[in-house]
Design a protein around this ligand. Structure first.
Ligand SMILES: [Zn+2]
Ligand SMILES: [Zn+2]
Length: 430
């Protein structure tokens, strides 16, 4: 008697033992794949790094989890030689267009694609709705809310005999901006999970929020101004919504690419958890239009400025820090992860963000707002999935991922948890 076996093939093209540059191909062994994400990373010289190559002729569809560049940044390269269907939510399409545009302004010289390729990708987008199944070749593709940023999705690929679930970037804690990710009742044989914080837990969200609001109040009541450098996509709107709820009468300004991202979010209410708070923020707070506005704001008192960039790499945040950083009554509140070798990390470690910058006199504090699940949230997701046989860790630094693996080994068995490097091809038969 011949026993039918389900075959699952997974190629790690990016995000193997590294955070970012996500790119995972999944197939049933036929040589055809669904490609999930095609993002970029940056090296120490700030040059973009693309994932490993895949022949577009072997890809039935490209599915993009969300609009952060480490998931979408390299995708236009596939359109230099093909016209693949690109699956993403409607807001990911708009946000992704903006992010790639900004990326090309800064790094265009290094990139193997041009604006025409970006346009071709956008022309080939099929907008998806959470919970619906889209058929491509032998495969069915479904998006499930990932709770990371508005429009972010986990992706489940039905290969016919087996199912693979890829989390992308995921957050299980609900925020004002997006509801938390849930996997109740979801079945998958293989789960590809991000492990950015596979070795740490975040303090409870309410505590961080309370501490942040109290600290902001102290500074503005003392006549100082607060600068909050924040990522344009996600964190800024979350901070704006938090302030709209807790300090609706405060003088809050937002500056940089945050303005356009906020406009896009306002035009997509279906992806925003507490939409009324976001619109309240837009109504109550002021967007900064020009350098005249900026000069007035830094001369004022009791102002709160949310500005890109989150790690102080460019954006108006550097202007503000130069103007506000020399007074003790002012404050710089970091609310985003500060990557090594960024001005933000330097500021935190050395008290100045560049060689020629003066030492910061303003109060400096970091708040652990995160849009990624901590190890407990991630482990719970793994525990929730039904019929799970194998877990593959991606989007994780080597030291972190090893610890995350140990944690999951206990849950699903050591031989069933893998932490592959880029270029590895995994084959399972059940
Ligand atoms: Zn990511
Ligand atoms: Zn992300």
């Amino acid at each position: 008697m011949k026993i039918h076996m389900a075959r699952i093939e997974i190629k790690v093209l990016g995000g193997g033992r590294e955070v970012g540059r996500a790119a995972i191909a999944v197939g049933n062994g036929s040589g055809m794949y669904v490609l999930m994400d095609y993002g970029v990373n940056f090296n120490e010289r700030d040059e973009p790094q693309l994932p490993l190559h895949i022949k577009p002729s072997e890809v039935v569809a490209l599915a993009i989890t969300h609009a952060h560049l480490d998931h979408i940044g390299a995708a236009p390269f596939l359109y230099t030689t093909s016209q693949l269907p690109a699956l993403m939510t409607s807001i990911t399409k708009e946000l992704g267009k903006l992010m790639i545009h900004d990326f090309m302004k800064l790094s265009g010289y290094y990139l193997p694609f041009e604006q025409v390729d970006v346009d071709l990708m956008l022309d080939n987008v099929s907008e998806v709705t959470y919970g619906k199944i889209y058929e491509y070749g032998d495969y069915g593709v479904e998006f499930i809310n990932a709770g990371h940023i508005p429009g972010s999705g986990m992706i489940r690929v039905d290969l016919g005999d087996a199912k693979v679930l890829y989390t992308g970037d995921v957050n299980t804690v609900p925020t004002r901006l997006v509801d938390g990710a849930r996997l109740d009742g979801v079945e998958a044989d293989v789960m590809v999970i991000e492990g950015t914080y596979g070795n740490s837990t975040h303090p409870p969200r309410e505590e961080i929020e309370k501490e942040f609001i109290e600290s902001v109040k102290e500074v503005i009541e003392g006549g100082g101004n607060v600068l909050v450098p924040a990522f344009s996509l996600g964190r800024s709107q979350e901070i704006m919504s938090l302030l709209a709820e807790k300090l609706p009468e405060a003088n809050v300004f937002y500056d940089g690419m945050i303005r356009t991202v906020t406009e896009i979010m306002v035009s997509h209410p279906e992806f925003i958890n507490r939409y009324n708070l976001l619109t309240k923020a837009v109504d109550n707070f002021k967007s900064v239009r020009n350098s005249g506005d900026r000069r007035r704001i830094v001369k004022g008192e009791g102002n709160i400025i949310i500005s890109s960039a989150g790690m102080l790499k460019g954006g108006p945040a550097q202007y503000y820090i130069k103007k506000l950083g020399d007074k003790r009554k002012n404050a710089v509140f970091l609310v985003s992860y500060q990557a090594p070798n960024t001005p933000g990390r330097r500021l935190f470690e050395e008290g100045k963000f560049a060689d020629n910058a003066p030492l910061l006199k303003a109060r400096l504090q970091w708040f652990d707002f995160s849009s990624h699940a901590g190890v407990d949230g991630l482990t719970n997701l793994v525990r929730t999935v039904k019929n799970l046989k194998k877990v593959i860790i991606v989007h994780s630094d080597p030291e972190v991922g090893i610890h995350f693996k140990e944690r999951l080994d206990v849950l699903v068995g050591e031989e069933n948890v893998l932490f592959p490097t880029n270029g590895e091809r995994l084959l399972f038969e059940f």
